[in-house]
Design a protein around this ligand. Structure first.
Ligand code: URP
Ligand code: ZN
Ligand code: ZN
Length: 484
C-alpha cells in the first residue's frame, strides 16, 4: 500500500519547496506535484521534514544503583509522539564485561522499539578484550561510535591513558570517539567537600560541577583526540567554557562536534534552588543546568554553526528513584527526560523566536547527526530512496506540556507548564503512520537496528599534532658514559 503526503511544504536542511511525497514499502519513492497513493495524508499548512534523530538516549540503563525507567517501548513511543523517528542509545558494559555481551543485552531490550535505533558503545574499562572486541563491534556489528565518560569516578570513568589508547584504536578502525566531558576527579573532590560542609541538597549537585570542570575536560579530550588523530564528538555541551574549546578547535580545522541538549537550552540553574526537594532533584543531571549567559552561548553556537546537534540525553528516573538521594545529593540518579519534547521545544524557543530557520532546525535535529554518524541519506533526508522517517510538522498546533498527557513512563516532566507551538500532525516511521494529530498509533517491535559503516577513513589526515606519528631520532656522536 502506498501513502502520499499531499499539499505540504518540504523542508530539508538546505531546501524549502512545495511538493507531495510518495511512500512505498517504508521508503520515499517519489517527490513532486500531484502525486497519488492508496492512502492520503493532508499536509496543508504543514512542513514535511525528515523525522528527528536523537543521538543521545539511555533507555532501561543500569545506572547509580537503579535502571532508567523509560525502556525501548515507552522511550521510542515518546520519541515518535514528538516527531523523533530514530534514537541512538548507549550500550554500556559493566566493568569487566565484554563489549559483545553488552550488545547482546541491548539487543534483547531493543526488540520492543517502536522506531528505528542504533547504538553507541561505551568504553567503561580498558583491557585486551576491549581492544580486540572493538574491531568486531565496528566491522561486524555496525557500531562505529565509542563513548568515554571522563566523569563518574569509581563507576564509568576512564582515565586519560585509557582514553588515549581507545582513541587510537578508534583511529585504526575508522570509528568516532564521543566524550562525556567533565573532570571526574575534581567533581569527586567537590562532592566530598560539599557533603562534609552539610550541603547535601540537589543544589549542591550544581555546585559540584561548575563550568570549569566541563571546560577543562572538553579541552583535554580535544587535545587527546588531536594527538590520536581522530575527530571527536562532545555530548551534552552545556556551557561557554566547553563551547569555547569546541569553537576554537573547529577554527583550527579540527573535526570536533558539540551537542547541546534541549534542557540546557531552555532550563536554567534556578531550578535547583526551588524550595521543593522533589522539583530540584528531578532536574539533577550531569552537566547541570547553567545560567542564562551559558544558554545564550549555546544558542549562538547553533546559530553560527559551532555547535551541530540538539539532543536530549533522555535518561528518565521517577520521583521515587530520585529520592534515593535524600540526605546525599551524590546518590540522586543523574538524568532527565526530554525525548517527546525536544522538537516542539526547539521549534518554539528556536524557530518561533527567530533564532533558527526551519532549515537549520532540520539540520540540528536530524540531518547533521545523520551525516556525522554516517547513516545519511538513509536517515535525515527527504530524498527518493531514503527511509520514510518523516514528520509532518504543523507550526500552528499548540499544547501545554504536562506529565499527565505524556508517553514517558515517569511521573513528572521537567518542561511541565511550558507552552509549545509547533507539533507533529503526522509522524511516519519507515512509512508506518505512528502519530495522527496527537493520537499515538505506534507498533511495538516495528523499530529496526540501523547498522553504520566506519565514519572516518580519512582520520589520519585530521591530526594537527604530526610529531607523534613521525618522531625523528637524532643520531648523536660522543654519547657520554652512563652515570651509574
Ligand atoms: O545526568 C546524565 N547525563 N545522565 C545520563 C548519563 C550521562 O552522563 O550521559
Ligand atoms: Zn554523560
Ligand atoms: Zn548521556
Amino acid at each position: 500500500m502506498t501513502t502520499v503526503i499531499k499539499n505540504g511544504t518540504v523542508v530539508t536542511a538546505d531546501l524549502t519547496y512545495k511538493a507531495d511525497v510518495l511512500v512505498d514499502k517504508g521508503k520515499i519513492v517519489e517527490i513532486g506535484p500531484d502525486l497519488k497513493g492508496d492512502e492520503t495524508l493532508d499536509a496543508t499548512g504543514c512542513y514535511v521534514m525528515p523525522g528527528g534523530i536523537d543521538p543521545h538516549t539511555h533507555l532501561e540503563m543500569p545506572f547509580m544503583g537503579t535502571y532508567s525507567t523509560d525502556d525501548f517501548e515507552s522511550g521510542t513511543r515518546a520519541a515518535l509522539s514528538g516527531g523523533t523517528t530514530m534514537v541512538v542509545d548507549f550500550a554500556l558494559p559493566a566493568p569487566g564485561q565484554g563489549l559483545l555481551d553488552a550488545i547482546q543485552m541491548w539487543s534483547n531490550k531493543s526488540t520492543k522499539a517502536n522506531c528505528d535505533y542504533s547504538y553507541h558503545m561505551a568504553i567503561t574499562w580498558w583491557g585486551e578484550q576491549v581492544f580486540d572486541e572493538m574491531e568486531t563491534v565496528v566491522k561486524d556489528k555496525g557500531i562505529t561510535t565509542f563513548k568515554h565518560f571522563m566523569a563518574y569516578k569509581g563507576a564509568l570513568m576512564v582515565n586519560d591513558d585509557e582514553m588515549f589508547a581507545s582513541f587510537q584504536r578508534c583511529k585504526e578502525l575508522g570509528a568516532l570517539p564521543l566524550v562525556h566531558a567533565e573532570n571526574g576527579d575534581i567533581v569527586a573532590d567537590l562532592q566530598a567537600r560539599l557533603m562534609a560542609e552539610g550541603n547535601d541538597g540537589p543544589e549542591a549537585h550544581a555546585y559540584s560541577r561548575p563550568p570549569a570542570v566541563e571546560g577543562e575536560a572538553t579541552n583535554r579530550a580535544i587535545m587527546i583526540a588531536d594527538m590520536a588523530g581522530v575527530p571527536l564528538y562532545v555530548v551534552h555541551t552545556s556551557c561557554e567554557e566547553a563551547h569555547e574549546a569546541i569553537r576554537r578547535a573547529r577554527m583550527q580545522g579540527k573535526r570536533v562536534w558539540g551537542e547541546p541538549l534541549i534542557q540546557h537550552l531552555t532550563l536554567d540553574e534556578s531550578e535547583y534552588f526551588n524550595k521543593d526537594w522533589d522539583h530540584a532533584a528531578r532536574r539533577v543531571m550531569s552537566p547541570p543546568f547553567r545560567n542564562k549567559q551559558h544558554q545564550d552561548s549555546l544558542w549562538a553556537g547553533l546559530q553560527s554553526g559551532s555547535l551541530s546537534v540538539v539532543a536530549t540525553d533522555h535518561c528518565a528516573f521517577t520521583t521515587e528513584q530520585k529520592r534515593y538521594g535524600v540526605g546525599d545529593f551524590t546518590k540522586i540518579p543523574n538524568g532527565t527526560g526530554g525525548l517527546e519534547d525536544r522538537m516542539p521545544m526547539l521549534w518554539t524557543y528556536g524557530v518561533a523566536t527567530g533564532r533558527l530557520t526551519p532549515n537549520e532546525f532540520v539540520a540540528v535535529t536530524s540531518t547533521n547527526i545523520a551525516k556525522i554518524l554516517n547513516c545519511y541519506p538513509k536517515k535525515g533526508a527527504i530524498l527518493v530512496g531514503a527511509d520514510a522517517d518523516i514528520v509532518v510538522w504543523d507550526p500552528n498546533k499548540e499544547k501545554t506540556i504536562s506529565a499527565d498527557a505524556q508517553q514517558s513512563a515517569i511521573d513528572y516532566n521537567v518542561f511541565e507548564g511550558k507552552h509549545v507551538k509547533g507539533l507533529p500532525r503526522f509522524t511516519l516511521t519507515r512509512g508506518q503512520v505512528a502519530v495522527i494529530d496527537g493520537e499515538v498509533t505506534t507498533q511495538e517491535g516495528h523499530g529496526e537496528f540501523v547498522a553504520r559503516d566506519p565514519v572516518n577513513p580519512v582520520n589520519a589526515a585530521l591530526s594537527t599534532w604530526k610529531e607523534l606519528t613521525a618522531p625523528r631520532k637524532v643520531e648523536r656522536t660522543g654519547i657520554p658514559a652512563s652515570g651509574v
